[in-house]
Design a protein around this ligand. Structure first.
Ligand SMILES: [Zn+2]
Length: 221
């Protein structure tokens, strides 16, 4: 289901127009070419053949990972919480039991790929991240603007995140014991399993984790 479109792209530096093939969807599995290119920031790279100017040409990408049974839809700056693609659902009825996510940034796309490659549950990762971010806010007395899963080590019993803290968004690494992730997974499997079987692509991020935590606290009362 690799889908391509051709576009004429004008170089922002010299004005040269180059016909460019954009890959709108890829059938991928871990560690293939597209996967590698996303992680080394070359997937969206565009180079002008006349003056050599290079830039990131960001465009929607549907990343279909058959092995992990996940689909990640990267749509630059998308602000929808749920996205239903009727054409896609009609074309692939088996999609109902595929985990579908929509992400607004390349960093979020990379994080989802990393999470699913590790075989982790992204809802549980978000709940864990939120708990760890609260610890960082308390200990550093700085606001956490964003954070991403950066390590997962069963032997060391540790799950780690890279946060960006304070006004300047300084990187800050913080890890916690795997029990926090396991507890989060229990919560997800008890209370949020149905949500994952909903139609369409869901945004599972920090805002989702905050809302889910609020719901969970109410339900537990
Ligand atoms: Zn140029």
């Amino acid at each position: 289901m690799s889908e391509k479109v051709k576009r004429n792209i004008t170089c922002p530096k010299c004005g040269n127009v180059k016909e460019t093939t954009l890959l709108c969807s890829v059938n991928a599995s871990s560690f293939n070419e597209a996967h590698k290119q996303i992680f080394d920031d070359t997937f969206f790279e565009w180079t002008c053949e006349k003056c050599g100017e290079t830039r990131q040409l960001l465009h929607p990408l549907l990343y279909n990972d058959i092995k992990n049974r996940t689909m990640i839809y990267y749509i630059p700056n998308v602000d929808r919480r749920q996205l239903v693609d009727d054409r896609l659902e009609a074309e692939f009825p088996e999609l109902t039991d595929v985990k579908k996510r929509v992400v607004p940034t390349i960093n979020a796309l990379k994080e989802k790929l990393y999470i699913f490659d590790l075989g982790l549950n992204d809802m549980a990762v978000e709940l864990t991240k939120l708990a760890v971010a609260e610890l960082v806010t308390k200990s550093q007395k700085l606001n956490v603007s964003e954070g991403y899963l950066s390590s997962y080590d069963e032997e060391a019993n540790s799950i780690g995140f890279e946060f960006f803290v304070g006004e300047a968004g300084k990187p800050f690494l913080q890890s916690t014991r795997l029990e926090v992730y396991k507890r989060s997974l229990e919560i997800v499997e008890t209370y949020f399993k149905d949500e994952d079987n909903r139609q369409g692509f869901l945004t599972i991020d920090r805002r989702w984790a905050k809302e889910a935590l609020g719901q969970y606290r109410k339900l537990k009362k």
